[in-house]
Design a binder for this molecule. Structure first.
Ligand code: ADE
Length: 267
């Protein structure tokens, strides 16, 4: 999978791309990442990338021209246009269903917004979808882009050491993960649940399934809602997966319907 990242701060990505799961995926050529410095497409001798908003008000707005030139250049560099994703607090909140869908794309171009906004004409003419990493505002899309890349990289075949690890994660089904324990057997007077030391694999699996349900009920009861929801972004996806995947994903996507998420507004 190839990522093209459009950003004013390419240096922020360098350590991230060299470490951990993403670093390993890059090294194994499962993931290829190209960083595109928006500044180098800025206007004039000063490489201007933003200006004050029409209509007044505070803050600066990223110019459509430099963004478009940067994006168009990135798209022209290799064949396959790719899907253009703008990281934005106005986007659909990221969830595992969206990650699974986007991980099927061969190429994503991630646009990192900055400052107070981005000229709407760039969004209208170039952006396929907007993704938010949560209902809070950051000063730029760089951290959200890293979050998205990490979440997608772990889903790509061969990226994780243990091929089944991604399936066991919280959110791969509709339940949170069960608790985990490792050595020592007693820590600050607290032991490990006896069943985990019993050697009875069936009993361990039963305990983990029950704990996953108990923890989900306690921490995220909204995840237990089973009515089918949907992943609206998937409607534009030509490569949607088999219906069995979709049914499970849809139950996860339902989270976007919870009341707190409905309060999202433009900021
Ligand atoms: N840019 C600023 N805040 C963001 C958020 N919450 N998600 C994605 N991109 C953003």
């Amino acid at each position: 999978m190839r990522f093209d990242v459009i950003t004013l701060f390419p240096d922020l990505f360098r350590e991230f791309l060299a470490a951990g799961i993403v670093g390993r995926a890059v090294e194994k050529r499962i993931v290829e990442v190209m960083l595109h410095d928006l500044r180098s497409h800025g206007d004039g001798a000063y490489r201007k990338v933003d200006d004050t908003p029409y209509g007044g008000g505070g803050g600066m707005v990223l110019l459509a021209g430099p963004l478009s030139r940067c994006l168009d250049g990135a798209q022209a560099a290799v064949s396959g246009r790719g899907r253009v994703v703008l990281m934005s607090p106005q986007g659909r909140p990221l969830d595992q269903a969206t990650c699974r869908r986007l991980a099927r794309e061969p190429r994503l171009l991630l646009v990192c917004g900055r400052y107070e906004g981005i000229d709407e004409r760039f969004v209208e003419t170039r952006v396929d979808e907007e993704v938010s990493i949560g209902d809070y505002v950051l000063s730029g899309g760089e951290l959200p882009a890293m979050v998205l890349m990490e979440a997608l990289a772990r889903l790509l075949p061969g990226a994780l050491g243990d091929a089944t690890a991604a399936d066991r994660d919280s959110f791969s089904g509709r339940l949170l993960d069960h608790p985990h324990y490792t050595r020592p057997e007693v820590f600050e007077g607290r032991g490990v649940p006896g069943v985990l030391l019993s050697g009875d694999h069936a009993a361990v699996e039963r305990w983990r399934a029950e704990e996953a349900r108990r923890i989900t009920r306690r921490k995220r009861p909204d995840l237990l809602a089973t009515e089918a929801g949907g992943d609206p972004g998937a409607e534009r996806d030509q490569q949607a997966g088999p219906s069995s995947d979709r049914t499970r994903d849809d139950a996860m996507a339902k989270r976007a319907d919870r009341p707190d998420a409905a309060q999202r507004g433009r900021s």
